[in-house]
Every structure is written in C-alpha cells, then in structure tokens.
Design a protein. Structure first.
Length: 448
C-alpha cells in the first residue's frame, strides 16, 4: 500500500480538509500524518519537514525508476549478428564515405589491422598522436610507428597508424584507435569468411559480447547484458605484454593462462615446449598433424594431439585438439563451439559459459592439406606426405574443382574439409598444368 503524508486544516464545522499532500509509491503499511496542533508555527514546521522528506523520497523513487529505465535500455544490444559453432565472427562496418566493409572480430589481435589502401587505410601515426597514446597508457613506450606483430606461430615488424571512424549498427568507433598497417587478405583466403580488416581487443573491449549458439546469434552490449544464470563464470585478465584477454585453464597437475582468440578457428594451441612435455607424459589420446596459416602469410604443418581433462573453473571440457607451435597458448572458436552460450566481458574481466550437454570430443585432421580459396576453386597450398591427400597423389598447386561428384562452387571451405576426411568420398578432380586430372583418394588414416 502507498504511504500518504498530508497537511490538513480543521474547518469551522470540525471536519478536516487537505491543504497539501504527498503520496509515496511502493509497499507500505498505511500511515497518515495529520497536523492539528494549535500552534500554527509548529503545525507548518512539522508539515514542511514531512513534506520535504516526502519530496526527497519521491525524487529517490524517480531516480530509481530512471536508473531502472537506463538499465533496461542497456539490455538492448547495440549490434547483433548471426554466428555458427566454430566459425569466426564477421561484421559489416560503414566508413565515413558510406561504404561497407567486412571486418573480423578478433580478441587475439591487440589492435585493429587494416590494409594500406582504401577507406579503411590507417592514417600515419604522428608524433603528437603517439604522445597522446603514451599519456593515455595505450602505448607503454615510444615506438616511432613500428611494432612487432605477433601471430599464432611467428612474428614480424609492421607499422602502426590510426584507424578511421567506423559504425557497426548502433556501435560507433571514433577515428584515432591504433591500427596495424597490414593486409589481412592472406588469412582471409584460408576460409569462407572473407574480410577486409580486423577489429582487435582494443576496440572489442568497449562492449560485452554474448554468444548464443542455440539461437545462432552474437550480440554486443554497451551496458549490462541481460541477467543469466551461468553454469560457470571465471576471472578473465589481460596479458600485460600484448593486452590480450587471458583465461586460466586447468591441466592435470596445474593451470595455465591462455589467450582467448576469437580470430582463430582452433580448439587450443600450445607452445612447442608445452606440447612436447604433454606428449612425453603420454597425455594425448591420439596424434596427428594440421596446417596453420597466419596473418604473416606463413603456412606451417604442426603436430596435433587430442587432449582430455582440461578444465575451466569447475567444468571439465571434452577432448580438445591441441596444436603445437604457438608463441603463446591460445584457445579459439573451436573451444567456444562446445558451449551453448558464452559471455566475454572485457570491461569487467569476466568470462561465463554454459557447456553444451551435447558437446563432443574433437577429432583429428586426416586430410593433410592446406587449402586457399581461388574464386570458386581451392588451391592446395601445402600438403603432408602422411595425410590422405599426399598419400593419394595430390600435389601443391593443384586446383580442386570437384570433391566426389560435387563442384567446389557449390561447397564451402568447411564442406570440402569434411568431405576430404569422409571415407565415402573416394575421388577429387583437380586442374594441374592446364589439364584436368581425377585423383582416387585412399582411405583416411586412423590417428595414431
């Protein structure tokens, strides 16, 4: 029941009428204060105090309502996009000239990455801009526009510039954020998700990211995301060297911090020393190899092992495909694919997830080839002698035009890889040296 404070005056007939009143919303037992003291001064003093308190309480209610309205407003995402389990995240951004560009959302990149030409091209990093970034703490030391670009398995020197202004649905990014001046076309060519630039962790930490694989959506929130009863939440820090988000992952006898890399389509990648130590300890449930291509244009064959028993918080994960050779341990979208829902809150240092009850152990790549898209065909960029493709006689430079009886112009990158490890698919058609050749595929090897 509402609380009503009223100031009343006694009339000549002996009844009372309200001179002023204040009603408070909320749940109260009914209370009515009636001022009938003989002293007019006392009467008005008491009533003024009561009504002043009433006004303050009303104002508090109004502020609370405003805060509630503001909270409700923050629960609406500033952007929403479709996602699929295991895939990287691509958004469409508009530049000042109104053109639209596809960008990769990549927490594994410290800063944005844009090419040297076109509307996305970063402007040069001036001395004045560098001094401002040093003052803000974005840069720790003077760099004179040169920085080391650390990819998954290698590094190179690159120049820094300043990003253009961008708008992604309801999310506005002002000009001036740091950007690496590097063409991301090489890594884009390694899969179906073509993109023209990369938004790194420095930009992404402006929002809270909520992924829902059941609904097939990824949403970004400028304020608080809607409440959810998470299966597990853990602290998420920032690596002091690279300013990248890191999670604590439990191994058999200890735990390690790993970079959360949404730009990498892998489960987990480990430094060579860590991988070899696990191999010597016979921790892997199976062994194989795979190829990696990174933004430095390096294609490298890496050993892979199926690693059971990893934990995040109190949740034990299915077997993950662990790749050797990264400079830092990383987990990618392959791990996130095993979660029905997840939340990456880079502002409040929190990672939450619901592990899917249907999450399955990862498998090993038996195709043994790295493919790069060439229009509607796929070129074999690297090949393993011990993989199915190498053992069947495929060669580097072959252009795959058909897998089985299906043309590659009707197939996605993931479709082709799934078919190349399928025993039911027994041949591929390639173009080699201007001639068409049909290659009979041997049965896939079982992981050792």
């Amino acid at each position: 029941m509402a609380l009503r404070l009223s100031l009343r005056k006694q009339t000549s007939s002996g009844s009372f009428r309200d001179i002023s009143a204040c009603t408070l919303p909320g749940s109260f037992n009914f209370v009515e204060l009636t001022m009938i003291k003989s002293s007019a001064v006392a009467k008005w003093r008491i009533s003024a105090t009561a009504l002043a308190c009433c006004t303050l309480i009303q104002a508090g209610h109004a502020q609370s309502d405003n805060r509630g309205a503001a909270l409700r407003e923050t629960e609406a995402p500033v952007l929403s996009m479709p996602i699929q389990r295991g895939d990287t995240w691509i958004v469409e951004a508009k530049t000042a000239d109104g053109s639209t560009h596809r960008l990769l959302l990549d927490t594994g990149a410290a800063f944005n990455v844009f090419g040297l030409q076109g509307p996305l091209a970063p402007t040069p990093l001036t001395h004045e801009a560098e001094q401002t970034l040093l003052k803000q703490g974005t840069l720790r030391n003077p760099i004179k526009g040169i920085v080391e670009l650390n990819a998954i398995s290698s590094s190179k020197s690159t120049t820094l510039g300043l990003s253009p202004a961008l708008r992604i649905q309801g999310w506005s990014l002002p000009a001036g954020k740091l950007a690496m001046r590097e063409d991301p076309a090489a890594i884009s060519a390694a899969g179906d998700a073509t993109f023209e630039g990369i938004l790194g962790a420095d930009s992404m930490r402006e929002l809270t990211w909520r992924g829902d694989h059941i609904a097939g959506t990824l949403a970004g929130y400028a304020g608080a995301a809607p409440a959810h009863d998470w299966q597990q939440c853990v602290f998420m820090g920032l690596d002091p060297e690279q300013r990248l988000p890191i999670l604590e992952v439990g191994f058999a006898d200890n735990s390690r911090f790993v970079i959360l890399d949404t730009g990498a389509e892998l489960d987990i990648s480990l430094p060579k020393e860590t991988f070899n130590a696990l191999s010597r300890a016979k921790r892997f449930a199976g062994m194989g190899s795979t190829f990696q291509i990174d933004i430095t244009n390096q294609i490298t064959e890496r050993p892979v092992g199926l690693l059971p028993g990893l934990k995040i918080g109190q949740q034990t994960l299915p077997k993950l495909a662990a790749t050797s050779g990264s400079t830092w341990p990383r987990v990618g979208t392959g791990l996130l694919a095993k979660m029905d829902r997840f939340e990456i809150d880079l502002r409040h240092y929190r990672f939450c997830f619901d592990l899917s009850p249907k999450a399955m152990d990862s498998g090993l790549d038996s195709a043994g080839a790295a493919l790069l898209r060439k229009d509607t065909r796929y070129a074999i960029a690297a090949i393993s002698r011990k993989g199915r493709m190498g053992l069947s006689g495929a060669k580097v430079g072959d252009l795959i035009t058909m897998v089985g009886q299906r043309s590659t112009d009707k197939l996605s990158y993931d479709d082709i890889y799934a078919m190349l490890v399928d025993p039911a698919v027994t041949q591929i058609t390639v173009e080699r040296g201007g001639h068409t050749k049909v290659i009979a595929l041997k049965a896939p090897l079982k992981p050792r």
